[in-house]
Write a protein that binds this ligand. Structure first.
Ligand code: GLU
Length: 446
């Protein structure tokens, strides 16, 4: 394959969510695997709703996920290109002015439905004479512009859905330009795909009908259409779609909740594919698992709680080298032995801070039976302590007191950590060390 050029094209009107991430990752990882280019295109032709704050947050999210774009373009910088393309379509008679109001269109639609006809635009505006138009404009009407569809079956070979066809005679001519001269999404997207030499349009299946229309626009502008891949959309366990507007599972929120980018990426890419959803440790491995022909056509249902499981599994396997800097940033870098001791107990990396505090102190010990604590202290092994110390010590405590099992271990854990759960004490004890251990066993916070 020649090097693909792909784009992720969000409108910066809200924070992106895990469903948008699926689109972004499929594009970015496909480009990465094939040595291609990943473009971030801000679809910000709706100037009123688009905000710089959201554009910034989308860039931050992509960087956090490990897929910074190679190129960034903004549609709001490219109106000249769209005007030129609209001019060409007008000159070719493919873009024509219409003057109906919403109410008029609604009335016609109802009448068609009542007569059992499909509610598609009747192209009345094509019959207007120059005089009619002049009169309407004198009345203060401004035209919106529709693209005249050819009544053909548009076909394409979709990388996900296989051979697709849409009968364009069953569609209304789409409006490409509004009364106020602003563009709807349809035309600018095609103009940019041509101008940026996009080879693959990878996007959600909600765009399948747009694709048929856009293929006709590519042709009308004298360009070859790119290859299309329409993947299934994510839906929640209760069957709901995700909404940027409602702030569903925003990437920002998941980041703030302490989830690993790889947990989010693994779920977003693998759910609804032939691959089992599992934690994949890096993006190159995840990229190798992408196979468009194995993405299911049914909506991809995912369970939010799955993210925590994936996260925990990633942390449990995370080598110290990968965790070190982040532990340091949390003030919880207690060395490799510490990380190896606690990682199996963590769901989120930041929870390591709690165990660093347990090791370092101060810990308020919980002691119910002072005599038992004293007896245990009396047989504490000599320093230096290592991985064998806990076993040697508890054997000695058992021999001295006759106590065993949980009745032996739990009071020691409570005294040493102040908690009734946590990582193996065999690993924690040498990290706590003899001085703090003695103090805690005597009931002092240390
Ligand atoms: N702005 C469009 C969207 O977010 C882009 C669709 C496309 O990829 O062409 O749905």
């Amino acid at each position: 394959m020649s090097r693909p050029i792909v784009r992720f094209a969000p409108s910066p009107t809200g924070h992106i969510h895990i469903g948008n991430t699926r689109v972004a990752l499929l594009n970015a990882l496909f480009a990465r695997r094939e040595g291609g280019t990943f473009i971030l295109r801000f679809d910000d032709t709706d100037v009123a709703r688009s905000k710089q704050e959201y554009a910034d947050s989308i860039e931050t999210d992509l960087r956090w996920l490990g897929i910074p774009p190679d190129v960034i373009v903004r549609q709001s910088d490219r109106f000249d290109l769209y005007d030129a393309a609209a001019g060409r379509l007008k000159a070719a008679g493919r873009l024509y002015p219409c003057y109906e109001t919403q109410e008029e269109l609604e009335f016609r639609r109802k009448r068609q439905l009542a007569r059992g006809l499909p509610p598609i635009y009747d192209r009345a505006a094509l019959k207007l004479t120059d005089e009619d138009r002049a009169r309407l404009e004198r009345e203060g009407r401004r035209p919106h512009w529709r693209f005249r569809l050819e009544p053909t079956h548009v076909t394409w070979d979709d990388l996900v859905r296989g051979p697709c066809h849409v009968d364009c005679s069953s569609l209304s001519d789409p409006v490409l330009v509004r009364e106020d001269g602003t563009y709807l999404y349809t035309l600018p997207s095609v103009v940019d795909d041509i101008d940026l030499a996009i080879t693959h349009v990878i996007r959600g299946e909600d765009h399948v009908t747009n694709t048929a229309v856009q293929i006709q626009i590519f042709e009308a502008l004298g360009a070859a259409a790119p290859t299309f891949a329409h993947h299934s959309l994510l839906i929640t366990a209760s069957g709901e779609g995700l909404s940027k507007r409602l702030g569903h599972l925003s990437i920002q929120g998941l980041r703030e909740a302490g989830l690993e980018p790889q947990a989010v990426a693994s779920l977003a890419v693998l759910v609804g594919s032939a691959e089992a959803v599992r934690p994949v440790a890096n993006l190159d491995d995840l990229a190798r698992l992408i196979d468009f022909s194995h993405i299911s056509r049914a909506p991809a249902k995912f369970d939010e709680s799955e993210l925590e499981h994936l996260n925990a599994r990633l942390i449990h396997d995370m080598p110290y080298a990968a965790a070190r800097e982040r532990l340091a940033a949390l003030g919880a870098d207690e060395g490799e032995a510490f990380w190896n001791a606690v990682r199996g107990n963590l769901t989120k990396l930041r929870d390591a801070a709690e165990w660093a505090r347990v090791v370092r102190g101060p810990v308020a010990p919980a002691i119910e039976d002072r005599a038992f604590a004293e007896a245990a202290t009396a047989v504490l092994p000599e320093a230096p302590w290592d991985g064998t110390t806990w076993k040697a010590w508890t054997d000695a405590v058992k021999a001295a007191t006759g106590v065993k099992g949980k009745a032996l271990f739990m009071p020691l854990r409570l005294a040493l950590t102040g908690l009734d759960h946590g990582p193996e004490l065999g690993a924690l004890l040498p990290l706590i060390g003899p001085e703090r251990a003695r103090a805690r066993l005597s009931g002092q916070a240390a």
